[in-house]
Design a protein. Structure first.
Length: 505
C-alpha cells in the first residue's frame, strides 16, 4: 500500500445498541494518513454515535478499533487523546478571558520548580503558529477573536498534543464566507502536512470540494464509500435519503394561495445576516423558510417580530407599512416561537399558567394588578388547546417533556387573537408522537386563517407542513417551491448550492 493510501485509523464492525435499538449495526469506517474523510448521513444516521465511540464518550458494544494497524481500546477521552485523536465541536471549548497560548496549554503548562514559564509557553506556541501560518498572536485574548480565529485556537490545541486525527463537527456553521475560505486553506495545509481529518457537515458543497473520500451512513449502517473522483452530488443525496420520489419523501401539492396577504417583506436587509429578502405570507397559509444553519432564516424572522433590527427594506402588515417592535407585534396579533425554547421560550420554574400569562398581562391586568381568575382561565385554556400532558396548568414547565414544553410555548399565543405566528424550528428535540401533535396545531391555526411563517432545517418536517417552501442560502433567497411537489432531494441539493439533474436539463 502506498503512503498516500496508508491507513491511519480503522473501525471494524462497530456496534452500539440503545434499548434494543441498533444505533450502529456493524459499521466500518477508516481514515488514511493525510486525507480529509467526510462522514455523511441524515439526522439519526449514526454519525454522532460513531464519533462519540471514537472519542470515548460512548463505549462500543461490538467491533474493533485500530490505529496504525494495532488494535486499541477507547473508553475515555483520555484514551482518545493518547491515541492522537482530537475533536473540534461546533460549540468551542475555550476560556474567553485567557490568551491564545494560555488556552492551548491549559492543563499542560510548562513549569520549572512549580513556576509557570510564560516565556517558554509563548515560544512553543509561536513556533506552532509560525509553522502553520495562522493569523494569530500568542498574547491575543480569546474573547477578542473572530469565530474563525477561535477555531484556529482549537486546531492549535489539537496540534500541540501531536494529534494525528482531527474531527471537525460542523466547523463552518457559524462562519462567514471569508472565514470559511480561511478554514478551507488551513484544512488543506493540515492535510499536506500529513494530518488526517474527519469532516462532518450538512453543507454538501464544501464536503464535495474538500473531501478525498466520503463515507455515507443511513439508519446506523454503511451505505457506501465514495472516492473524490466518483462523487456525483445527486447520487450522494439519494444514498443519504435511501428512497426515490414517493409519498413518504415528497411534499403535499404545493400552491400559491389566492387569499389576502397578511404579511409581506420587501427587500429586507440586515448587513452581515441577510440581504434583499422579499416574500409574502397569505392568511391561512404555511410558508416555510428552509436552508442550512447560518443561511439567515432565523434572523429574518426575528427582524419581522421586532426582536432584531434591519438596515433597509420594509415590512407590510395587511397592506400597511409596519415598523415592528416586540410590544407592537404582540398588540398586532403576532406570536413568536423562538428557536431556543429553553432559554427564550419559557421560564422553567414558573407554572404553565404563569408562562401563558406572560404574553397576556395587557388583557388580564388592570392598574398593576393581575386578575387571578382570568389568569387561571388562560392556563386552563392553554392546556385544553394544546392537549398538554399532564393536563395540569399548575405544573412547572421545566418539569415537562420537550414536546409538552413546546406546547406550553405555543399555548402562550393560542390563547390570544393570533393573526401571524412565527415559528422557528418547532420540533427540535421532540419525540415523534409529540411532533405530530405540534404539526396538527400548526395546521389547525392555518385552517383558522392565521398566517404561519415557519423556519425548519428538518426536510421531512418541511415537506409535511408547507404550502410553499422558500430555500435560503448565505443570506439570500435562492429558490421558491410553490407548485407541484418537492422532494427531500430537491431541498437538500438546492440548499447546498446544487440543482437536481431534472432541473438542470
Amino acid at each position: 500500500m502506498s503512503e498516500k493510501n496508508e491507513l491511519l485509523f480503522e473501525m471494524k464492525n462497530i456496534e452500539k445498541i440503545f434499548a434494543h435499538v441498533h444505533a450502529l449495526d456493524h459499521v466500518n469506517f477508516d481514515v488514511r494518513k493525510g486525507e480529509v474523510h467526510a462522514l455523511l448521513g441524515e439526522n439519526g444516521a449514526g454519525k454522532s454515535t460513531l464519533i462519540k465511540i471514537l472519542t470515548g464518550v460512548y463505549s462500543k458494544d461490538g467491533g474493533q478499533i485500530f490505529m496504525n494497524g494495532e488494535e486499541i481500546e477507547i473508553n475515555s477521552r483520555e484514551d482518545a487523546s493518547e491515541a492522537g485523536i482530537a475533536v473540534i465541536f461546533q460549540e468551542l471549548s475555550l476560556v474567553p478571558t485567557l490568551t491564545v497560548y494560555q488556552n492551548i496549554l491549559l492543563g499542560k503548562e510548562i513549569s520549572k520548580f512549580g513556576i509557570v514559564s510564560d516565556k517558554a509557553e509563548k515560544a512553543q506556541i509561536q513556533e506552532l503558529i509560525d509553522r502553520y501560518g495562522f493569523p494569530l498572536k500568542t498574547t491575543d485574548v480569546v474573547e477578542t477573536l473572530s469565530v474563525a480565529q477561535k477555531q484556529m485556537v482549537e486546531i492549535l490545541k489539537a496540534l500541540a498534543t501531536d494529534s494525528r486525527l482531527i474531527i471537525m463537527d460542523e466547523p463552518t456553521a457559524s462562519l462567514s464566507s471569508r472565514e470559511s475560505e480561511l478554514l478551507y486553506k488551513i484544512i488543506n495545509q493540515l492535510r499536506d502536512r500529513g494530518v488526517s481529518i474527519i469532516y462532518i457537515s450538512h453543507r454538501l458543497e464544501e464536503v464535495f470540494n474538500l473531501s478525498d473520500r466520503i463515507t455515507i451512513l443511513r439508519d446506523g449502517k454503511n451505505v457506501g464509500v465514495i472516492e473524490k473522483e466518483d462523487i456525483v452530488p445527486s447520487e450522494v443525496v439519494k444514498m443519504m435519503i435511501g428512497k426515490e420520489l414517493s409519498e413518504s419523501t415528497a411534499s403535499r401539492e404545493l400552491s400559491t394561495s389566492d387569499a389576502e396577504t397578511a404579511l409581506e417583506v420587501r427587500n429586507l436587509t440586515h448587513i452581515g445576516y441577510y440581504n434583499d429578502v422579499s416574500f409574502e405570507v397569505k392568511k391561512g397559509e404555511v410558508l416555510v423558510l428552509t436552508g442550512l444553519v447560518g443561511s439567515g432564516r432565523t434572523e429574518v424572522v426575528r427582524s419581522i417580530y421586532g426582536a432584531d433590527p434591519y438596515d433597509s427594506g420594509e415590512i407590510l402588515l395587511n397592506g400597511q407599512v409596519y415598523k415592528p417592535t416586540v410590544k407592537r407585534s404582540v398588540a398586532n396579533g403576532f406570536g413568536l416561537i423562538p428557536e431556543d425554547r429553553r432559554t427564550q421560550g419559557f421560564s422553567p420554574l414558573l407554572s404553565v399558567t404563569k408562562n401563558v400569562s406572560l404574553t397576556s398581562y395587557d388583557k388580564i391586568a388592570k392598574g398593576g394588578f393581575v386578575n387571578a381568575k382570568d389568569e387561571d382561565d388562560l392556563g386552563e385554556k392553554a392546556v385544553h388547546l394544546t392537549d398538554l400532558r399532564p393536563a395540569n396548568p399548575n405544573v412547572q414547565v421545566g418539569d415537562l417533556s420537550g414536546g409538552n414544553q413546546q406546547k406550553a410555548v405555543l399555548g402562550k399565543w393560542l390563547t390570544r387573537d393570533l393573526k401571524v405566528i412565527l415559528i422557528d424550528e418547532p420540533t427540535v428535540g421532540i419525540d415523534i408522537g409529540a411532533k405530530d401533535e405540534i404539526y396538527n396545531i400548526i395546521e389547525e391555526l392555518a385552517s383558522q386563517g392565521v398566517a404561519v411563517l415557519m423556519v425548519s432545517s428538518d426536510i421531512a418536517e418541511v415537506l409535511r407542513v408547507a404550502h410553499r417552501i422558500i430555500v435560503m442560502r448565505e443570506g439570500r433567497i435562492i429558490k421558491e417551491f410553490n407548485h407541484g411537489v418537492a422532494t427531500q432531494e430537491d431541498i437538500l441539493l438546492t440548499s447546498s448550492g446544487f440543482v437536481s439533474e431534472e432541473e438542470a436539463a
